[in-house]
Design a protein around this ligand. Structure first.
Ligand code: CTP
Ligand code: MG
Length: 219
């Protein structure tokens, strides 16, 4: 089994949450969002090193063995800063904004990639349970999508390190618009697989998400 380096994207400002401090440092059920996610990565058998990307000047109170690096203006720039420190053939990216990630899910994406030599990446994604509509700006529904083929992308996302570095290089300035790494690898022609993940691995984006996270983590 190959051992991956984990990059935790934690350098965002959390504008939509509006907590007045970086989102990764916001506390839920007595611990920071970052600390909850780090638990799963530290416990994962397939993770050997952890790089945490934080806003410049923020120390993050990291566990022993985790390395810290300054992030950039966009999520892609932050992940690129972490990627520069990776020395293993496999890398797994995780957003600090997803505190519900489990050790099982982290190991599952890395092992699945390790088991599929032809794949360049494996990402956690949740099956859709709602009926999905496509609508124009006028609010008029143009189509009902085939739910069976749609997935909501999450993190962790595991990649072959060279494939991810090549995808960044190929995208150039277009990386700024990327909302996940898989998008860049897909665009570069890479093969990325879905690892079905629970919808409860939710991302904390708004104050409402934070309240929900508080209720779930407090148990
Ligand atoms: N992120 C990052 N560097 C950035 C922007 C985002 O490392 N320049 C990270 C965030 O810390 C988060 C993840 O990417 O863990 C997902 O981004 P998002 O949920 O959008 O977080 P923020 O950018 O902090 O929030 P907002 O967009 O509301 O400001
Ligand atoms: Mg953001």
């Amino acid at each position: 089994m190959q051992i991956a380096t984990a990059i935790v994207a934690a350098a965002g400002s959390g504008e939509r949450l509006g907590a007045g401090e970086p989102k990764a440092l916001v506390e839920v059920a007595g611990r920071t969002l970052l600390a909850w996610g780090l638990d799963a990565l530290l416990a994962a058998e397939s993770v050997g090193a952890i790089v945490v990307v934080l806003p410049p000047g923020v120390d993050g109170d990291l566990p022993v063995g985790a390395e810290r690096v300054d992030g950039g203006a966009t999520r892609a720039a932050s992940v690129a800063a972490g990627l520069a420190l990776v020395e293993t053939d496999l890398v797994v990216i995780h957003d600090a904004a997803r505190p519900f990630v489990s050790q099982t899910l982290v190991d599952a994406v890395i092992r699945r990639l390790d088991d599929h030599p032809d794949a360049h990446g494996v990402i956690a994604a949740a099956a859709m349970t709602d009926t999905i509509k496509r609508a124009g700006e006028d609010g008029v529904i143009a189509a009902t999508e085939d739910r069976e083929t749609l997935w909501a992308a999450q993190t962790p996302q595991a990649f072959r390190t060279t494939a991810l570095r090549d995808a960044y290089a190929q995208a150039g300035a277009a990386v700024a618009g990327a909302t996940d790494e898989a998008m860049l690898v897909e665009r570069a022609g890479g093969t990325v697989l879905i690892e079905p993940a629970p919808a409860s691995n939710l991302k904390v984006t708004t104050p409402e998400d934070l309240r929900l996270a508080e209720l779930l983590l407090a148990q």
